[in-house]
Design a binder for this molecule. Sequence first.
Ligand code: HEM
Length: 408
Amino acid sequence: MTVATNYPAATAYRRILDPANRHNPYPYFAELCRVPVQRLDADTWLVSSHEAITRLLRDPRMSVQDRDIDTTDAPLGSDGEPVTGPFLFRDPPHHDSLREQTMYRFAPRIMGLRPNIEMLVTGLLDKRLSDQPGQLDVVAELAYPLPVGVICELLGVPPEEEPVFHSFAGRLTKALDPEETLTEQEITELAVTRREWREYLMPMIAQRIEHPGPDLISALLTDGDPSTRMTLVELGITLGMLLIAGHETTVNLVANGTLALLRHPEALARLRTDPELAAAVVEEVLRYDPPVQLTGRRATADIELDGHTIRAGEHVSLLLAAGNRDPRRFADPDAFWPERPNNAHLAFGGGVHYCFGAALARMEAQVALTVIVTRLDNPRLVDDPPPYRPNMLLRGPEQLRVAHDGIT
Ligand code: HEM
């Protein structure tokens, strides 16, 4: 039986967010991971071992739906129930139907995309060819425009819309952080931002009805059986989720990966001579410094876990980043070791909500990291540690300046 430590949620979350820990929260996560299941406050638990997180992600008694959401004015979805959010925040069975419809049209569009991604990354670096020697901000010049370009193309969103949805994305991703870390004003502003976001997306759907194209949204509007198709509101919400999830996470994977490689020159040198190592490098970045650090669930029934009872209705924070460095699961967990055997990290979650875009994110990061290490001559960090984004759930540098002796 494990003894529960009593960490008030706000204190624990504040410690994770504290700028002093921001550049390296992992010693604190290791401390939390020593007690795999602990109560944070009256109705919140923190789970941080690999084994317990894996178990809860697959437990059908754990819900992603927000019980407190006001559905009075919500339109009805294709299941006849009020639409409360994208399928990331819907439980089965309706989650499964929405995800399947989207995946069926998304997966074939990903296959064969690697040469386009290579061209995009090459083009982004070519813009800086005249810098000899020089400096680039990997976040602004590569890690961000790459996934944005790819997801806009897939969804049929004009790339010139980027400044608009970038501004929405910044405000909406803050909403993913635990509520204890948000101010009253932030919570009020979020409701307004969510409404404005819907108003921004719906005309894009209307435009696709008038002029369908080869994109995913047009396909969701026109393919398949009309009786089971998503409603227009569900489609708008799906478009919004993919637009944000499709770039706000991958930017951090490329930036965290560049940072890890520059701090581990022996791994960088191996990737430079052996691009086949890219897949293993990306898996190790996902484990070592995951772009999504935690996720949440709510118990719908009493659940026994590690000697504790999580009661129906209680919230659970699953600290994926701590599970990824659980010494009970990973040997030498703080080492960056691309050849690590059986690297079953938790960076993409698990169970029915396992990341929808994992294959795309992996492909983008493998190409970007390989191109960075092969084309930049003598790359080195200008600021170590770099400044970090203020989010708690999403982790990555705000800016990553890399000096080099030329671009080949
Ligand atoms: C779900 C991480 C890239 C779309 C998730 C989850 C995680 C995650 C941890 C599970 C959340 C939970 O169970 O509560 C990441 C990381 C990425 C990445 C680390 C990049 C490195 C992407 C991309 C897309 C995407 C590129 C879209 C093209 C989604 C969607 C879900 C999801 C739609 C919800 C899946 C469902 O509920 O069935 N992601 N993601 N993600 N991700 Fe990603």
